[in-house]
Design a protein around this ligand. Structure first.
Ligand code: BGC
Length: 486
């Protein structure tokens, strides 16, 4: 750090101390993570929900037919029609994206589900111009709803809590499937919901379809989470169902909830403020340190703290009102600042003028860039602790982890930092030529994954395997022989 005055250097060191996760700490976090995953599967339960999803096995590759998928993520809404192809891993997809209006994220339940149903209707009308909606009633829908849900069946899900800044009254504690079905009915859309899907489970299944080495599906985006396949014998909380011991069932970990007791994660004062001021204080401790939604906010809080409370000359005399708006910046701000390859960071400086409305000198730019790097690196290393914990728990020595989400796909260096941490946590010797466990770009989980899960559900019902499918639905989902999807 050439030409950085001592007082700024002191602040850089303070941030380094706060945000750096040395390997012994990562190992300690991984160990506790693993035991918390196990606890979540026990009858007593734990902080990590470990929700069985009733996705019971991987695709075989012979899944076929045309399915609808709707993905209600953190930012956008996507409706897709997916045609699964003849060959394993092949598919065709038609899709439309709709911006989820801010007022819908904090409005009423009816407003939300009506909005979803309207988007499905609009999609069907514009993609099936020559057909009446009634003629489309054989299409089955995979509903990707990426919030923690307790599932007693694949077509059922009680919302445990909103995450990612959503706060819609009257949905927590309720089954979201009938709520959406009623909205579809109100809008005259005759589609049946075959499965309720978490984005991580969709990612796991879609990635396994194209790459059979896949064992874990992860999302590192607005939120953060993972899913993997577990055998019934290791899920004591399902003991009452008397499933065969090796019965496979995908677990949506909901690992964002990890360390709600604050036993192991080294939270900074900024993490603590974020938690306190969030709509759900005390929840999603891990997610609030790792996910894209929060990284920009951690960064913003640290900068405001420097200007207002620390003994340092930083942005002196400048108007920092743009920096004072909560959640004004997402993780793309950190990626942009980190991406400047110039020694004097002039590109980052121009970006700061435009986006943060500040005029930072070279030394200040260096501090700001280092701060972004520290926050991004901490997120990537914590994410690796979660992946390592699942691998240790399952005894996976080599596999692929399908990962999706804006942090993984768009944050420069995130995959590399994540891989580096995994190497160190799992102690691979430097002589290994290729990492035995690799976190790789996933296949589209909420489109292809959702379609595959809908297909797998129908296949299962046709075979008369009804575990994990609601009684009312197994009759309504399957059309009389000779009709509908195959
Ligand atoms: C949700 C998960 C989801 C993750 C990634 C979290 O906030 O609780 O269900 O998988 O975000 O989208």
């Amino acid at each position: 750090m050439a030409n950085v005055p001592t007082d700024l250097m002191d602040q850089i060191r303070r941030f380094e101390e706060m945000f750096t996760l040395e390997i012994p700490k990562c190992k300690e976090i991984t160990e506790r993570f693993e035991s918390e995953l196990t606890k979540g599967l026990s009858k007593e339960g734990g902080t990590i929900p470990m929700n069985p999803t009733w996705v019971v096995g991987y695709p075989t590759g012979d899944e076929q037919g045309t399915y609808l998928a709707i993905d209600m993520g953190g930012t956008n809404l996507r409706v897709c029609e997916v045609e699964l192809g003849q060959e394993r891993g092949s598919f065709d997809i038609t899709q439309s994206k709709y911006l989820l209006p801010e007022e819908v994220k904090t409005g009423s339940a009816e407003q939300l589900f009506d909005f979803l149903a309207d988007c499905v209707k609009q999609f069907l009308v514009s993609n099936h111009e020559d057909q009446d909606l009634e003629e489309l009633s054989d299409l089955h829908l995979g509903f990707t709803f990426s919030y923690p849900c307790e599932q007693h069946a694949i077509d059922h899900g009680i919302l445990q809590r909103w995450t990612k800044g959503f706060d819609i009254a009257g949905v927590e504690g309720q089954d979201v499937v009938p709520m959406f079905e009623e909205a579809l009915e109100r809008k005259g859309v005759p589609i049946k919901i075959a499965a309720l899907i978490n984005d991580t489970t969709g990612t796991l299944i879609a990635s396994a379809y194209t790459d059979p080495r896949t064992r874990i599906g992860c999302i590192f985006g607005t939120g953060c989470n993972a899913a993997y396949m577990e055998e019934a014998q290791y899920i004591p909380k399902l003991e009452h169902m008397n499933l065969p011991p090796d019965f496979p069932i995908a677990i949506n970990c909901e690992w964002g909830a990890f360390d709600g007791e604050h036993k192991v994660l080294p939270r900074t004062p900024y993490d603590i403020i974020i938690d306190k001021e969030s709509p759900r204080p005390g929840q999603q401790t891990f997610e609030k340190m790792v996910a894209g939604l929060y990284l920009g906010e951690i960064f913003r809080l640290a900068l405001v703290d420097l200007v207002k409370n620390q003994p340092v000359k930083f942005l002196e005399g400048q108007d920092i009102s743009a920096l004072e708006k909560p959640y004004e910046f997402d993780s793309s701000v950190l990626s942009e600042i980190e991406s400047d390859p110039n020694e004097n960071l002039w590109e980052a400086g121009e970006y700061m003028k435009k986006k943060l409305k500040i005029n930072a000198n070279e030394a200040e730019r260096k501090l700001i860039r280092r701060l972004a790097e520290l926050i991004g690196t901490r997120a990537a290393r914590l994410a690796a602790c979660g992946v390592a914990a699942i691998c240790n728990k399952k005894g996976y020595k080599s596999c692929h982890v399908g990962a999706d989400g804006s942090l993984f796909n768009k944050y420069p260096g995130f995959p590399e930092r994540n891989a580096q941490a995994l190497r160190e946590i799992l102690d691979w010797p430097s002589s290994v030529k290729e990492d035995p466990i690799q976190v790789v770009t996933a296949e589209d989980g909420s489109g292809v994954g959702a379609a595959l899960i809908a297909a797998l559900t129908l296949k299962r019902i046709r075979k008369g395997i009804h575990q994990g499918v609601s009684v009312s639905r197994k009759n309504s989902l399957i059309p009389p022989v000779g009709e509908g999807n195959h």
